[in-house]
Design a protein around this ligand. Structure first.
Ligand SMILES: Nc1ncnc2c1ncn2[C@@H]1O[C@H](COP(=O)(O)OP(=O)(O)OP(=O)(O)O)[C@@H](O)[C@H]1O
Ligand SMILES: [Mg+2]
Length: 256
């Protein structure tokens, strides 16, 4: 479980996060949505320690990450997996070397243990047979899978995904979403996903958190987004003609 309490972050006296409060549970996909510039990436960066919050608490199963020494943070970082927006794969390394990289860096596992673990996660993301390929030889969807495999190779308790669907077609996006959801449930991970994708909100939004003007404006499930009476959220979610249409259809169906 991750609890964020009264989290603030400013850059040069400009407040981006203004007292964020969120509880995120294990085994669930926690989706953070909000307009471009709302502070979603800043929030994730504070959570993983890439930015120092101005004040507030980030509790990883009751351990306050903000207060910790760098040594204690290192320990918690081992429990985190990260899927970066641009995948951040090493171009000069094969798929298996990319996935093994965190094990080489942060563990004292034997060569055989590492090979077994890499095989296990590559099979988990349906990439058997891609071990020896280079990132330039595989599709965007496959790269995303490699990124996911690398993010879970150390069996994290917390998984962070910043815009996991960016650059993917709608079908591949759904496959990746479902993969993240399955892994979250199977391994009981607390997963945090920043997204713009309404398909994701409906498909895997166990919890949806709408950030507006630096604070949590609304939270609920993906299905509750559909029927929200909140004007601000409604304007954001149903900005596109497509989703407006879907909502109207649903309201029509629900009429007595
Ligand atoms: N390193 C930084 N220095 C100064 N300001 C920053 C820095 N990083 C982010 N910001 C500011 O913080 C605000 C929130 O940015 P952030 O990247 O978190 O938005 P976002 O919600 O992730 O948007 P998007 O949906 O476009 O990814 C923006 O106004 C941005 O300019
Ligand atoms: Mg962002």
């Amino acid at each position: 479980m991750i609890e964020i309490k009264q989290l603030y972050k400013s850059f040069n006296n400009v407040e981006v996060l203004k007292g964020i409060n969120i509880t995120m549970n294990e085994g669930k996909c926690n989706l953070v949505i909000g307009k471009s510039g709302a502070g979603k990436t800043v929030l994730i960066k504070c959570m993983v320690g890439l930015f120092e919050p101005t004040k507030g608490q980030i509790l990883y199963d009751e351990r306050d990450f903000v207060k910790m020494s760098e040594k204690q943070r290192k320990q918690i970082r081992l429990e985190m997996g990260m899927l970066f927006q641009g995948n951040a794969l090493f171009d000069s390394m094969t798929v298996e070397d990319n996935v093994r990289f965190p094990l080489d860096m942060f563990t004292s596992m034997t060569k055989k243990e590492k090979t077994d673990r890499v095989d296990e996660v590559l099979s988990r993301v349906n990439l058997v047979g891609a071990h020896k390929k280079f990132p330039s030889e595989i599709s965007g969807g496959m790269m995303k899978r490699v990124g996911i495999a690398r993010a879970i190779v150390q069996k994290p308790s917390y998984l962070f995904c910043d815009e996991p669907n960016s650059g993917l077609d709608p079908i591949t996006s759904i496959v990746i979403d479902e993969l993240i959801q399955e892994i979250t449930q199977d391994l009981n991970i607390t997963t945090v996903i920043n997204t713009h994708d309404m398909n994701s909100v409906m498909g895997i939004g166990d919890k949806v958190i709408y950030i507006h003007e630096g604070a949590v404006h609304w939270e609920g499930t993906g299905n509750e987004v559909m029927t929200t009476k909140d004007k601000e959220l409604d304007n954001f979610v149903f900005a596109s003609k497509f989703w407006k249409h879907i909502k109207e259809e649903q309201q029509e169906e629900n009429k007595p």
